[in-house]
Structure formats: structure tokens, C-alpha cells
Design a protein around this ligand. Structure first.
Ligand SMILES: Nc1ncnc2c1ncn2[C@@H]1O[C@H](COP(=O)(O)OP(=O)(O)O)[C@@H](O)[C@H]1O
Ligand SMILES: [Mg+2]
Length: 403
């Protein structure tokens, strides 16, 4: 499936507009503040009922209006009308969201999440590298869970076990016998090891795609990889070792009322290996960041979070999304849609050509730019080009304001 059109009503700077797309490369050209990011955000909001930029959803509503609506038409793989669907998310501040698929209201977009593969890069996506381990974990978990219901189940089971153990830690601190923790330890160990196995497998697959994609986009001579950093790996990665680690740390866990060791502390690290890293020792880790598990540069690698330039960090996130798209395609057969906001400006010309080549040979890509010359004449001729601001001719018909 691909996004064949997007209609936004009272969404950010769009009062009422529609844009059509094709299944290959789409280039949105517009000056600063012409609504490029808003358009991608709106399309993503229709497909996922969440903004990649903010949790403050009231910001999405056009100033002075009472509701926002985003509608996406999905076309079939061969742009036939069969397989066509309409997805609509309406939002009224204070009342929440309503999701409709083909006109029928649905409770959630979980079903759609499994059927459509969409990946978005907006400036805020940089937080995937710069932000907390929790953010990276959440991103990884959401990605894998959408492809694998077994992963979702394993994650939920571990979270339940973790909450129960944490609650019991507090009870023990308040006087219950320490032995009452034993059954919760057993349950946490079982569910944690099950999740850790799945997560390790998923990151290994993702990493293989990431290395291949990054090879085209990283600076000359650099090799980038993404690795899982897990306390479980450090303590030997089996049930007995984890159980022993939990027992050894009971006192500290009790004081905090929190379980301090386990896959719920995992992180993923984007690292550079190769010429640059082999040439010399990476500088000492920043003291503030060194308290964090992931701050230690992995052996033979330079953590892009600590030592990467902003351009490298953005490129690493872009490579991650392309890797996710390839992984999802392998898993589901769906080509997927990439929404890429202003990624060309960070790349040099050779890498722009490689990126466009990759985009043209994969699924649908909707890419924004301030400068059409980041694309060659041939690339533009093969792409669908949308110019912002939209003219009256591209704007859709009037719309009743019922949210
Ligand atoms: N809720 C809103 N209502 C109306 N306009 C908004 C809203 N949120 C953002 N904008 C406007 O959208 C414009 C920026 O759009 P954006 O998509 O970020 O531009 P671009 O990505 O092309 O630089 C700004 O002029 C901003 O004031
Ligand atoms: Mg923008």
C-alpha cells in the first residue's frame, strides 16, 4: 500500500488542503515556513494518530479552530482501486481522537499499524540519538512489536513481572519477609530472558540492514553499526546468572523500590568503526554522560551520540529508518512509506545521489526540500513534484466542520 493522497483540515497551517502522491518518489519543494513539515506530520497523524513532533496535540489544531482532521487515502500496490482504503483521524482538544477506517470508527490503529509500514524523519527525530535510552528502547520496541505479535506479548509479560517485583520490593522494605520476593524473581527472570532473546535477534537483523544502508550514507571510509547494549550480556546472559544478579542486588533494589538490572535498562548504540576509529583512541567520555550505561564507547567504536557531528547523527537516524523499512519489507512483503523532512541538506552531493537511488528502488518516499537542486533533472523528471504553498487548484473541496 502507498499513500495516494493526504487531506488536512484545520491541521497546523493547513485550513483545508489536499495533496496527491504517487507510489514512488515524491518531492515536496517549499521555502521555510511554507508547511513542509506540517504536511508530513499531518500524513503521519492520519496513519498513526500520533505526532512525531509533539505530545501536546492541541498544538496540531490551526490557531483559533476547534478541531483538526487528517485523512489519508491508501492505494493498492499497483495503484489499482482494489486495496484502496481511507483512514481518518479527527481530533477535538479536550475530547480526544476519533479514528475511522473506510468510514467505520475503530478503537485503535493497531490493525493499521500492522498493515501499513510508515517511517518518518522530522527534526525532532534526532532525539533518537541524543535523547534517553528509554526513548531508543521505546522506538525499537514499537518497531519490532508492530511486526511481531510475539514480541509485543513478551514485552508486556516482562513489564507486568517487573511492576509486580517492584511493588513487592516496597512491601519487603516495609517489613514483609525477603523470601516473598523469590517467586517474583523467578517470574521476572523467565520473562526477561524471553524478551532479551527476541530483542537480541531483532537488533541483529536491524543491524545488518543498518550497516548496509549506512555504508552508502556515512562519510567516506567510516563504517557505522548499531548494537544492543544490555546488562544481561554483561552478566552472562542466562537465567541463572540473571537470578544471581537480582539476588545480589536485592538490598539496593529494595532501597530504591526499583529493579535496577534487566532488559528494561537496555540501550542501543550507534557507533562508528573503521578508519577514523582505528586511527586513535576516542576521547574520554564526558563525565556527566559517563554515568549512563551507553556512554562507554563500545570496543572498537566511536559512539555517535557522544562524538558524532549533528550531520552524522541525523544521517545515522536516516539510515536507521531505511534499515527499518528494509527489515519490515523482508518481514511483511509491504514496501512501506518513508516521510523524510529536509534530509538532503546534511548530505554531500555523492551521498544525495545514493540516497535518491535507494529511495527510487524501494517503496514510496515523500521527501521535503527547500532546494529542488538537491535533485538532478532526471530524478525530478521521474518523481512527483509538489510545490508549496499549494495553489487553489491543488486544494480540495469544502468540508463540513464536524471534527
Ligand atoms: N497550530 C498552528 N496553527 C497555525 N499555524 C501553525 C500552527 N502550528 C504551526 N503553524 C505555522 O506553520 C508554519 C511552519 O510550517 P512548517 O511545516 O514547520 O514549515 P516548513 O517545514 O516548510 O519550514 C509556521 O508559519 C507556523 O507558524
Ligand atoms: Mg520544516
Amino acid at each position: 500500500m502507498f499513500v495516494s493522497s493526504v487531506r488536512l483540515v484545520h491541521f497546523r497551517s493547513y485550513r483545508e488542503s489536499s495533496v496527491s502522491f504517487t507510489s514512488g518518489l515524491n518531492v515536496i519543494v517549499g521555502e521555510n515556513a511554507s508547511g513542509k513539515t506540517n504536511l508530513l506530520e499531518g500524513a503521519f497523524f492520519a496513519l498513526r494518530a500520533t505526532s512525531p513532533r509533539t505530545r501536546r496535540e492541541d498544538k496540531l489544531v490551526t490557531w483559533g479552530e476547534g478541531f483538526a482532521r487528517a485523512v489519508v487515502e491508501l492505494g493498492g500496490a499497483r495503484s489499482s482501486t482494489d486495496g484502496a482504503h481511507t483512514v481518518e483521524v479527527g481530533y477535538v482538544p479536550g475530547q480526544g481522537k476519533r479514528v475511522r477506517i473506510d468510514g467505520a470508527e475503530v478503537a485503535s490503529l493497531d490493525e493499521l499499524r500492522r498493515r501499513t509500514q510508515v517511517f518518518i524523519f522530522v527534526p525532532e527525530s534526532l532525539l533518537l540519538i541524543k535523547g534517553s535510552p528509554a526513548r531508543r528502547r521505546a522506538h525499537l520496541d514499537a518497531f519490532v512489536a508492530a511486526l511481531d505479535p510475539g514480541y509485543e506479548g513478551a514485552l508486556q509479560e516482562m513489564n507486568v513481572a517487573l511492576r509486580q517485583r517492584n511493588a513487592q520490593l516496597t512491601r519487603v522494605r516495609e517489613g514483609a519477609a525477603a523470601a516473598t520476593l523469590d517467586p517474583w524473581d523467578v517470574q521476572l527472570v523467565r520473562t526477561a530472558i524471553a524478551l532479551a532473546d527476541r530483542r537480541r535477534g531483532a537488533v541483529a537483523r536491524l543491524s545488518a540492514h543498518f550497516e548496509r544502508v549506512a555504508c552508502h550514507l556515512a562519510p567516506e571510509g567510516a563504517h557505522w553499526k548499531v548494537t544492543l547494549v544490555s546488562q544481561l550480556d554483561e552478566i552472562g546472559n542466562d537465567a541463572e546468572a540473571y537470578a544471581a544478579a537480582l539476588r545480589a542486588r536485592r538490598g539496593r533494589d529494595m532501597q530504591r523500590g526499583l529493579t535496577l538490572v534487566g532488559p528494561h535498562r537496555d540501550d542501543i548504540v550507534f557507533a562508528e568503526t573503521g578508519e577514523a576509529a582505528a586511527g586513535g583512541e576516542p576521547p574520554a567520555a564526558d563525565v556527566d554522560l559517563a554515568v549512563d550505561l551507553a556512554a562507554d564507547p563500545p570496543p572498537g567504536g566511536r559512539d555517535l551520540r557522544l562524538y558524532g557531528s549533528q550531520g552524522e547523527q541525523r544521517t545515522a537516524v536516516l539510515a536507521l529508518l531505511l534499515a527499518e523499512q528494509a527489515y519490515a519489507r523482508e518481514e511483511t512483503g509491504e514496501l512501506g512509506t518513508l516521510f523524510l523532512d529536509d534530509v538532503m541538506s546534511e548530505l554531500d552531493d555523492a551521498r544525495r545521489r545514493r540516497l535518491v537511488e535507494m529511495l527510487m528502488s524501494s517503496g514510496q518516499a515523500i521527501v521535503t526540500t527547500t532546494n529542488r537542486h538537491y535533485f538532478t533533472g532526471d530524478e525530478l523528471a521521474a518523481a512527483t513534484v509538489v510545490e508549496l504553498p499549494l495553489t487553489a487548484a491543488t486544494a480540495g473541496p469544502g468540508d463540513a466542520a464536524d471534527g
